[in-house]
Design a protein around this ligand. Structure first.
Ligand code: PMP
Length: 374
């Protein structure tokens, strides 16, 4: 430990004048990941579900809360929650790890497998937290590029994997913020090439035509290196509960458990998630509503001076062609409609992202956008 500097006369300085130590030098360059949280009438910036969970879920949750021993720590292994999630996917309980949002699942994977002298690969533009959490955990980042249409290019994937030998290769399907899902053949081709784990972030997986969960469940050679991350924050209408999970080989689940803090999942959250998976038809009805509205927004955008890209998720990326993104964002805010300004993210100059909301919210967005672009 460095000796405490002494004042003339030999006395150590008073505790109040000792400075706070500097943060880790490698964190200095990082900026946080924040989406504006301002009061607006139409909130379409963070890809949440526009609807609360079904009333029957609330009823079951309220009555379940009465049976929790609040003076006791919760089940450390979250066994019942993991079993319910495992059953919903047709996998074994040992293949599920749960955490406080899928961001914490990503952090657990990087704590367990990343760190100094290790590299995570990703393909930009993609979910910015993959890079951010890698950096926080001291993991080096090797960033490849997507095509002009924001798709994965296997030659580029091969180049990055051969050059950097990553311990984790991140895919994001559907990709946030660009919207397209990767066909399962493409995910499996990346898995065949990757030297380490392939982590497929399926936060929006319920909107996509295929899922890497099927490959994990199938158990073919190599599938033990495939890990799928899912969340209750989007289609399950539970962003406020902070619950996400991993579907992977038991060995990968055990590695995540090694870095999780004891009792990190509180009892109410375990109950909430366990009950949620009983409401699959309600969840699927919401997905259908969002897909229909997404089609309506896409059709309206096609008639406006903006570039757009096809989406397999609950949001649409668009780029005004004759106006500054920041000015359009501000006009929308003026009309009390909040969207995401992605224009400073790598590879997304001029782009904004709108989350699909309820029909009347989408109408407000389209009217305000039309007015701004006029
Ligand atoms: N992955 C992706 C691709 C996301 O878009 C998000 C939410 N923005 C998350 C993970 C994190 O979701 P949560 O922590 O709420 O589960």
């Amino acid at each position: 430990m460095a000796p405490v500097a002494r004042e003339p006369g030999g006395r150590p300085p008073a505790p109040s004048v000792r400075p706070v130590p500097p943060v880790r030098p490698d964190l200095k360059a990082l900026t946080g990941y924040h989406s504006a949280q301002v009061e607006v009438e139409v909130r379409l910036n963070t890809n949440e579900s526009p609807l609360p969970p079904p009333p029957e879920w609330f009823e079951a949750f309220r009555s379940g809360l009465g049976s929790i021993d609040f003076n006791r720590y919760p089940d450390r292994d979250a066994w019942e929650l993991r079993r319910a999630v495992a059953d919903s996917h047709g996998v074994r309980t040992e293949q599920i790890f749960c955490a406080n949002g899928s961001n914490e699942v990503l952090q657990s994977l990087l704590l367990a497998y990343g760190g100094p002298q290790r590299t995570a690969a990703l393909f930009e533009p993609t979910y910015t937290l993959h890079r951010h959490i890698a950096r926080i955990t001291g993991t080096q980042v090797a960033a490849g590029h997507r095509t002009d249409e924001f798709l994965l290019d296997l030659d580029e994937v091969k180049r990055v994997l051969e050059a950097h030998d990553p311990v984790i290769t991140f895919l994001c399907s559907p990709n946030n913020p660009t919207g397209r899902a990767d066909p399962i053949e493409l995910v499996e081709a990346v898995l065949a090439m990757a030297p380490g784990l392939v982590v497929v972030d399926e936060a929006y997986g319920q909107f996509a035509p295929s899922s890497a969960v099927d490959t994990v469940r199938g158990g073919a050679a190599g599938s033990e290196r495939l890990a799928v991350v899912r969340t209750f924050s989007k289609t399950w209408s539970m962003a406020g509960m902070r619950l996400g999970y991993l579907i992977a080989a038991p060995e990968v689940v055990e590695a995540c458990e090694m870095v999780a803090l004891p009792y990190h999942l509180d009892a109410a959250k375990q109950l909430a998630g366990r009950l949620a998976v009983d409401f699959v038809p309600e969840m699927e009805a919401r997905v259908a509503m969002v897909i229909e509205e997404r089609g309506r927004i896409a059709a309206a955008l096609a008639a406006l001076p903006v570039d757009t890209w096809p989406s397999d998720a609950n949001f649409i990326l668009f780029r005004p062609t004759g106006s500054e993104a920041a000015a359009v964002w501000a006009d929308l805010l003026e009309a009390s409609v909040l969207v995401r300004d992605c224009s400073q993210w790598p590879g997304l100059a001029g782009c904004l992202r709108v989350t699909v909301g309820l029909p009347h919210e989408n109408d407000r967005f389209l009217a305000a956008l039309t007015e701004s672009l006029r």
